[in-house]
Write a protein that binds this ligand. Structure first.
Ligand SMILES: C[S@@+](CC[C@H](N)C(=O)[O-])C[C@H]1O[C@@H](n2cnc3c(N)ncnc32)[C@H](O)[C@@H]1O
Length: 250
């Protein structure tokens, strides 16, 4: 299953992401964290080890085998960790099928349990696999689970003047031989046959989608996929907050 989430050394990848997360989001005694699209729990495990004072860490994913793995391997060893199976669909992850015995919960159902409860949420390598028609609603869903003022860190691939230039000159990591853009060049599809394997959005569009989802963009850390040789993260990191005095807009 490690290949399903990127294939690198899972402990190293988890530690690396946890380092980035903890440099952007405050985590202290009493904090409740959401790992959205937790996969096999690479990041969750590292965060739980580094921050035993966490009150709760909840992982959510759509692939039953990965959620079961997290429950067995992490949930059994950390009393403050639990994992939920969400009933969403994602074309890139449809090959990891469900069985009749799985009991996924809908967004509404999970919302009834967790709305407004998390101080912070993160989603590593999730929105790099989310299509145009679902991006805002998924951001909004995570936003509704945050407390007012809560933090959300997610990674994405942002099309900027620099990353567009690197794409055009074949200097990104990975290199794309054919460049496939959609919607007035605001969306880039890395592999049209598996369009959610790598999807990038124009930076302004990402900021607009964050705001449309009822969140406030507060920071960006650019990543090494653009091959600048100076970034500490691979994907671009976006940090946003739920407004203090408003619920996410419907
Ligand atoms: C590349 S993996 C990354 C896993 C984990 N965040 C990590 O960094 O190790 C992407 C994950 O996003 C999950 N995912 C995709 N669409 C999702 C959705 N709509 N809701 C929740 N998880 C989703 C996939 O099942 C997969 O586990």
């Amino acid at each position: 299953m490690n290949d399903w989430v990127g294939g690198a050394d899972p402990e190293l990848a988890g530690d690396f992401s946890a380092e980035i997360l903890l440099s952007h989001i405050p985590v202290a005694t009493g904090t409740r964290l959401l790992d959205f699209g937790c996969g096999i729990g690479r990041v969750a495990l590292s965060v739980l080890r580094r921050k035993p004072e966490l009150t709760a860490l909840t992982g959510i994913d759509i692939v039953p085998r990965m959620v079961t793995f997290c429950r067995d391997k992490i949930g059994e060893n950390f009393a403050n960790a639990n994992f939920e199976l969400l009933s969403d669909k994602n074309d890139h992850y449809e090959r990891y099928e469900r069985s009749a015995s799985d009991s996924p919960r809908s967004r509404e159902d999970l919302g009834a349990t967790y709305a407004g409860t998390f101080d912070g949420a993160y989603a590593f390598s999730v929105f790099t696999h989310i299509d145009i028609d679902d991006f805002v609603s998924l951001l909004r869903f995570v936003g509704t689970l945050l407390k007012p003022g809560g933090y959300f860190l997610f990674t994405a691939f942002a099309l900027t003047p620099f990353s567009r230039s690197q794409l055009a000159s074949g200097r990104t990591n990975p290199v794309f031989k054919k460049l496939h853009f959609e919607q007035n060049n605001s969306v880039f599809i890395g592999a049209p046959k598996d369009r959610l394997a790598f999807i990038a959005y124009d930076l302004n569009r990402i900021e607009a989608m964050i705001w449309e989802a009822g969140l406030i963009p507060t920071g960006i850390e650019y990543g090494q996929w653009r091959s600048d040789q100076m970034s500490r993260t691979y994907q671009d990191v976006f940090v946003c907050r739920r407004p203090l005095d408003a619920s996410p807009r419907a």
